[in-house]
Design a protein around this ligand. Structure first.
Ligand SMILES: [Zn+2]
Length: 470
């Protein structure tokens, strides 16, 4: 069996406290030069690139460099950003296809998992899910977190116990985390009462949500905090400004599920006479730090509203097709000035290449034509860490954080491709090495925080999913 080796912080299962272990292998002044056969620079792939890393940062990037230092074959890219995640949905992968159903019947299955999680089991499951993300090349994740409280809404001794579990899970899996603490108060746009499972999500009102969040002080170095309005279904219009104000006051990212399903739009029009995007705009939620998640069924006016404030939109193509949500207007949003990012959302698939391909391929299907986003634009969307509050990350340039991914160019999937086409044909299985903040987290396809067991994250996932669904 394998044994988990905590990378930075050890989680002490009882009492929900964490023991800082200090930095590991991050000494400043520790300079390494990596010579990359090909590297993905801001304007696209380049040959023979020397990247020098000092501690956690890239200090120089040289094109056409002589072979020196550590040689990295294949294609080196910036780390990928997983801007929208619900870690626990991973338990449902491959378990919801047998009997058809709808988004709403899928949600019932998801709630059945949510019902069973506690801080200890969520820590273990999330640690394995985040390890899977790291193996796929993600170096940051935005966790849209609303499973705050115990069964029927009972408060844990520390009301942020679930948040601490996620922070510890990310730290031990070695991935950067933005915990997007999500306000969730009602079951429907007209203020319907929460059902038994949903009571775990609610703080009662937005002020209580803000007070709880103010008390959450994660100690892990690679963990940050942001805010989220679950959706216009789950936060009454008059309480949205409290959540938006919390994010404004801290210059933190603010996310919301927006128009994922037509039913949400219909209900919002019936109750408020306006679309979810317009309602969020009226409540003061839109701005540069706002990210509308999915943004599938938008009107032209919605797209204009988001573009006018240079807001973001996070598409989750593998989840949107899995749930039958529909195809968003990626091209129109980008043309309006909206910054696109990508997320694995329900974890039906954890593969940044599949998400970035989905952005382009969905446009092709919708418009019956090719060439809407070029590979450089797709990679920019797939590495937009700023959407979850990590600036100075996602480009191989001097001064950026040293998050690197090495992709094999000699696998059966990637061989024969020109460098520019690598992101369009690679899969997560082609990710060989991953560096986060100057430290190798994955080497030759193996997560370095597991002892001598290449399949350890899979073993851990199997154990946790089996016990959750037993
Ligand atoms: Zn979501």
């Amino acid at each position: 069996m394998f044994r988990w080796r905590p990378s930075e912080y050890a989680y002490l299962g009882c009492g929900h406290t964490y023991l800082g272990r200090g930095r590991v292998g991050l000494g400043r002044g520790h300079v390494n030069t990596y010579w990359c056969e090909h590297a993905w620079l801001p304007d696209g792939p380049a040959e023979s690139v020397a990247i020098t890393v000092d501690g956690e940062r890239i200090v120089s990037v040289e094109r056409d460099a002589p072979k020196t230092g550590t040689v990295l074959d294949g294609m080196v890219t910036p780390g990928f950003a997983n801007v929208h995640s619900h870690a626990f949905h991973r338990a449902l992968r491959g378990r919801t296809h047998g009997d058809g159903g709808t988004f709403w019947t899928w949600r019932d299955r998801m709630y059945a998992v949510a019902e069973r999680l506690d801080p200890e089991s969520y820590y273990r499951l999330a640690r394995a899910v985040y390890a899977e993300m790291a193996l796929a090349g993600y170096t940051s994740v935005g966790e849209f977190h609303y499973l705050h409280h115990g069964p029927r809404g009972a408060r844990y001794d520390d009301p942020n116990a679930m948040s601490h579990a996620l922070a510890a899970a990310a730290a031990d899996a070695g991935i950067r985390l933005t915990l997007l603490d999500t306000c969730y108060l009602t079951a429907s746009v007209d203020g319907g009462a929460l059902d038994a499972v949903q009571q775990r999500f609610s703080d009662g009102d937005a002020d209580a949500w803000a007070s709880r969040l103010d008390a959450f002080k994660p100690e892990q170095r690679l963990v940050r905090v942001g805010a989220a309005v679950h959706s216009v279904r789950a936060v009454p219009a008059e309480q949205i400004p409290t959540v938006a104000g919390w994010a404004d006051g801290r210059e933190a990212p603010l996310h919301a599920h927006v128009s994922e399903q037509r039913a949400e739009n219909d209900a919002c029009l019936t109750v408020h006479g306006t679309t979810p995007t317009a309602l969020l705009a009226k409540a003061g939620a839109l701005g540069e730090r706002f990210v509308g998640v999915h943004a599938t069924h938008l009107t032209d006016k919605d797209i204009g509203l988001l573009g006018s404030v240079e807001a973001g939109a996070c598409f989750c193509p593998t989840t949107e097709r899995d749930l039958g949500d529909g195809i968003g207007s990626g091209g129109d949003l980008a043309a309006a000035g909206v910054r696109l990012s990508l997320g694995s959302d329900s974890q039906a698939v954890i593969d940044p290449f599949e998400e970035l391909r989905g952005l382009e391929m969905d446009e092709r299907l919708a418009h019956e034509s090719r060439g809407h986003f070029d590979p450089v634009e797709l990679m920019a969307a797939a590495t937009r860490h700023s959407a979850i509050g990590w600036d100075g990350l996602g480009e191989l340039v001097p001064g950026a954080a040293a998050d690197l991914v090495r992709i094999a160019r000699d696998s059966v999937r990637t061989t024969g491709s020109e460098p520019l086409g690598v992101p369009l044909c690679a899969t997560a299985a082609d990710v060989r090495d991953v560096m986060v903040a100057g430290r190798w987290l994955v080497r030759d396809g193996r997560h370095q925080s597991f002892d001598d067991h290449a399949a350890a994250p899979a073993t851990e996932l199997a154990t946790e999913i089996e016990s959750l669904l037993a």
